[in-house]
Design a protein around this ligand. Structure first.
Ligand code: FDP
Length: 281
């Protein structure tokens, strides 16, 4: 696992350099979900693949930017599902973006996720590693070294509300729940980048990030293997919860690597409100 973390650190340093120096334009390709890929998406994906190709414990990779999984070392132990540059369209407007990694064994189901890592490329580069022991925050320094800053633990109740999805298509019970949080005094924090939005909730004590199923998109937008399971793991290990409205996200298994699911990540108090609101749906 340590070698995988080291590969992610090397990839993050290279991706940061590409974000700062490369063109942000679109390529002529589409990814598996039909999004037109930015040149930076493709480059970040290649960088990560190159770094994982140096790690003998990596059996297979599944990238949000690739249609199919790819075998790396037949005798390797881990399968890695990753989103190379989440929120990449925000680079153009100079907002924060991120890379997300789920490290699985045997298959890409939530129960087989063994560790999760994400990197935030913001004013500073930060990396969070979650495993059985802890959720730990690291920051990149001028000597290209990620140094330990602190462990992360959510408060039982937070103050931030990050509601995703197009409001016009929200179901009525969802809208009522989001409105009730604002009525209680929760503050809106939503940049449109999942990584910095969730990072803010994790570091500022807690709150709720939601990307629900909607009338036009009942299965939501965010992808289980590359985005949802890794953050569900981080939130649970930090003392919070992550559900699809009713069920624990890490109890789900995709039938295809690009499957999406509605998702809610938060501290215990907010997730109990989600459960109440979704109980009869
Ligand atoms: P993006 O499409 O820009 O890559 O991964 C999907 C994602 O960004 C998340 O980072 C983000 O939270 C979400 O989509 C934003 O979606 P909306 O624009 O629908 O709010």
């Amino acid at each position: 696992m340590t070698e995988i973390y080291e590969a992610i650190k090397r990839a993050a340093i290279r991706i940061r350099f590409a974000i700062e120096n490369d063109e942000t334009g679109y390529s002529h390709n589409q990814n598996a979900t039909g999004d037109v890929q930015l040149k930076l998406d493709i480059k970040s994906d290649l960088i990560i693949e190159e770094e994982f190709a140096k790690v003998l414990s990596v059996k297979e990779i599944a990238s949000e930017e690739k249609q199919h999984t790819e075998t790396i070392y037949e005798n390797g132990r881990y399968l890695i599902g990753y989103d190379p540059l989440d929120g990449s369209s925000l680079v153009d407007v100079d907002l924060s973006v991120g890379s997300i990694f789920g490290i699985y064994e045997e298959d890409y189901s939530g129960k087989n996720l063994k560790s999760a890592v994400y990197v935030v490329y913001g004013p500073r580069v930060e990396m969070v590693i979650a495993n059985e022991e802890e959720v730990a925050l690291y920051r990149l320094d001028a000597k290209h070294h990620f140094h330990f800053i602190q462990t992360i633990e959510l408060d039982p109740k937070g103050r931030l509300n990050a509601p995703g999805g197009t409001q016009k298509h929200w179901y009525p019970h969802h809208k009522e729940m989001i409105d009730a949080l604002f009525q209680e005094g929760y503050r809106l924090r939503y940049s449109g980048g999942m990584v910095p939005d969730l990072h803010q909730i994790l570091l500022k004590g807690g709150g709720l990030f939601s990307y629900p199923g909607t009338s036009d998109n009942p299965a939501g937008k965010l992808r289980m293997v590359f985005e949802v399971f890794p953050f569900a793991y981080v939130f649970e290990k930090a003392g919070g919860e992550a559900i699809d409205g009713k069920r624990r996200l890490l109890d789900l298994a995709p039938s295809h690597i690009h499957d999406t699911t509605p998702c809610f990540f938060g501290s215990k108090a907010e997730i109990s409100k989600v459960k109440e609101s979704y109980a009869d749906e």
